[in-house]
Design a protein around this ligand. Structure first.
Ligand code: AHR
Length: 645
């Protein structure tokens, strides 16, 4: 039956009649299902545009997101800064046979000004049959794959001319077998860097492996910046894990908010993100304490952040330190704040300045002459926590200085201001699914004369370590509100993005993407984010909905140039949800639509390392047209891609 013919002349009567008839039909067919929802889309009547940067990424050094995560370095504590009375973290002495050796930190000898201490391995007795040295356990193991090349380097020196070559190998902990081996010779009595390569053959892939460095003669051996990388995304030296980069790319993001979060602020002013000290050779990076209980290697430094955006072809949203740190220290606006403003101006110049500028020249010398396309700069992070009230003045001081040099930059405030209108306001929301269902209309009535909105962090927090289907439903429901209000909401980014699922890897529950050394998986929320990011038009057409359960949500966007309508449907109830859809105002509407559907057995259903795609999108073709019905399963998120030209 073509319900569109029942009352063709009067749209409202037609819609109500349509709903009543459809509901009656629906309820007589399946008593357990929800009442019919009717959606009427006026394809030829755009309400407003969709922000071209609506969905993006936010990460920081939390949950071993970079070290032990995205940043592909395999050696943990490569600069030996993590040590205490109990030992040198993640390093152990290895004496084979009757060799004798010990290790300790040499607090007074290091390879650079930035790294003024090192590991001292004191080999008292060793020979070719009885070598001695140290091993590194990696980030909960090291992923070793067959027929793969690994690139390594280390800084070393010795006190003897007789130490001989260093043997370097990857060892399978299950069997004790060597998976790849090489030697480094010529270690001298002065600090120098030595590079090496390890190549596996036909070995079994395992993450139960470690790196072993041994010598066959007695002597003292100092080591620092011991590094090993697998093949990386786009083969960048000092680069990122390919699987995680690919997972981000599949979300179709448009920006990366960087470098945090609390990680930007630091626990103290001294521990703020030290962008200048994250540039250049690793040996010149002193590393710094992060805010999430572990030190950052700073291998993923400012330039690597920017190159990450370049690899994904997205814009950097650069957050600059603004004089407030997590434990409450702040600097009032005025002369004391000026050095921090200057530091931010230099940082912006590093990212955007042409090679003739001072910091553009630094970037060029590091191999990247082309400026990065920064359009948004965020001033601080979550400054509502600064109870001194200093943010008003701090924001104004940064704003004035940045706008004077970069009038086109959009400057984001992290909390509402009383005395001035920021260009953009960063709102953060961490809620349960029910709260997001209640809050779907959050931006419907917000004043359009106020600042634009950046939802810089948000997530439905259900499920651990990664979120479950219930969380994905909360996210999807709330995203329908973001799309409906995408004239106001210019950007939104889920947080946190990453979690290392190993014991001790997580500081913040309910994350989007989980991984260990070897592999990774997306949570149901990851797939919801990906579906919303991938199927997004450039305008929001007029639409209306009637009926359906109280936990039914939808949004519509249209890609005018391609003549495609993307209808997103969220059924957060356990019952099937029948939906009657009318597509008006198009010359032709195709008789078939592509449907991408995400559903699962229940709210707690989820994906894990061992069952990574239990809940994953399924694509199919369904009947469509100017007027059609479709029934959603309980607990489902669906995108209908309808051709309407
Ligand atoms: O995403 C985790 C943390 O939540 C961020 O660091 C901080 O900005 C927020 O409080």
């Amino acid at each position: 039956m073509n319900l569109n013919n029942l009352a063709p002349t009067f749209p409202i009567v037609r819609r109500v009649l349509f709903a009543v008839v459809a509901a009656a039909l629906g309820s007589s067919i399946c008593p357990a299902q929800n009442t019919m929802a009717t959606i009427d889309i006026q394809v030829d009547k755009p309400l407003h545009g969709v922000s071209p940067t609506l969905y993006g990424l936010m990460t920081e050094e939390i949950n071993y997101s970079y070290d032990g995560g995205l940043y592909a370095e395999m050696v943990r504590n490569r600069t030996f800064q993590d040590h205490d009375w109990s030992g040198i973290a993640h390093w152990n002495i290895e004496h084979i046979g009757n060799s004798v050796a010990s290790m300790d930190i040499d607090p007074k000898d290091g390879p650079s000004e930035a790294l003024q201490h090192s590991l001292l391995v004191n080999i008292k007795q060793a020979d070719s049959a009885n070598p001695a040295g140290v091993r590194n356990e990696g980030y909960w193991g090291m992923a070793v794959r067959p027929n793969t090349g690994y690139k390594g380097s280390l800084y070393a020196k010795t006190d003897t001319a007789d130490l001989g070559s260093l043997s370097i190998s990857l060892v399978d902990e299950r069997t004790g077998k060597t998976l790849a081996a090489t030697t480094v010779s010529g270690v001298s009595q002065k600090w120098a860097q030595y590079k090496f390569a390890l190549t596996t053959g036909k070995v079994e892939a395992t993450s139960q492996a470690h790196l072993l460095l041994t010598a066959e003669h007695a002597g003292k051996l100092w080591l620092d910046v011991v590094s090993l990388f697998p093949p990386t995304y786009n083969n960048h030296p000092n680069g990122n894990r390919a699987d995680l980069m690919e997972m981000m790319a599949a979300m179709h993001p448009k920006f990366l908010r960087m470098p945090g979060g609390n990680y930007l602020e630091g626990n103290t002013i001294a521990d703020r993100f030290p962008w200048k000290k994250t540039l250049g050779p690793l040996v010149d990076r002193p590393t710094h304490p992060g805010t999430w209980s572990y030190r950052s290697s700073d291998g993923l430094g400012l330039l690597e952040f920017l190159e990450w955006t370049e690899d994904l072809k997205i814009d950097p949203v650069l957050a600059v330190y603004a004089g407030y740190s997590l434990r409450g220290a702040h600097i009032d606006a005025g002369p004391a704040l000026q050095p921090f403003v200057d530091e931010a101006l230099e940082e912006i110049e590093f990212a955007t300045g042409d090679p003739s500028t001072k910091w553009g020249q630094v970037r060029t010398a590091l191999g990247h002459p082309a400026p990065f396309p920064v359009k948004y700069v965020e001033i601080g992070n979550e400054d509502s926590f600064d109870k001194s009230g200093s943010y008003e003045g701090r924001y104004a001081q940064f704003y004035k200085a940045i706008k004077a040099k970069h009038p086109d930059l959009q400057l984001i405030a992290t909390t509402p201001l009383k005395n001035m209108k920021p260009d953009v306001l960063d709102d953060h929301y961490y809620k349960h699914a029910d709260e997001f269902f209640e809050d779907v209309k959050h931006y419907d009535t917000v004043d359009r004369n106020g600042p634009k909105i950046f939802v810089g962090e948000w997530a439905t927090r259900e499920g651990s370590p990664t979120t479950n289907l219930g969380a994905a439903l909360g996210d999807a429901a709330w995203m329908t509100g973001l799309e409906r209000n995408s004239d106001l909401v210019v950007m939104a980014s889920y947080a946190p993005l990453f979690v290392n699922v190993n014991p001790g890897g997580m500081q913040w529950e309910s994350d989007l993407i989980g991984y260990d050394a070897m592999s990774s998986y997306g949570s149901p929320s990851y797939y919801a984010q990906s579906m919303f990011g991938q199927y997004l038009g450039d305008e929001v057409p007029v639409s209306s909905a009637l009926g359906g359960s109280s936990r039914f949500f939808y949004s519509v966007t249209r890609d005018a140039s391609q003549g495609k309508v993307f209808l997103k449907l969220v059924n957060a109830s356990s019952n099937p949800q029948p939906v009657a859809i009318q597509v008006a105002g198009a010359g032709t509407v195709s008789k078939k639509a592509t449907m991408i559907s995400l559903t699962g057995a229940g709210l707690a259903s989820t994906n894990t390392m061992s069952d990574p795609t239990r809940i994953a999108p399924v694509t199919s073709i369904i009947d469509a047209g100017t007027s059609f019905q479709h029934t959603m399963p309980g607990y489902s998120i669906q995108v209908l891609e309808i051709s309407a030209k």
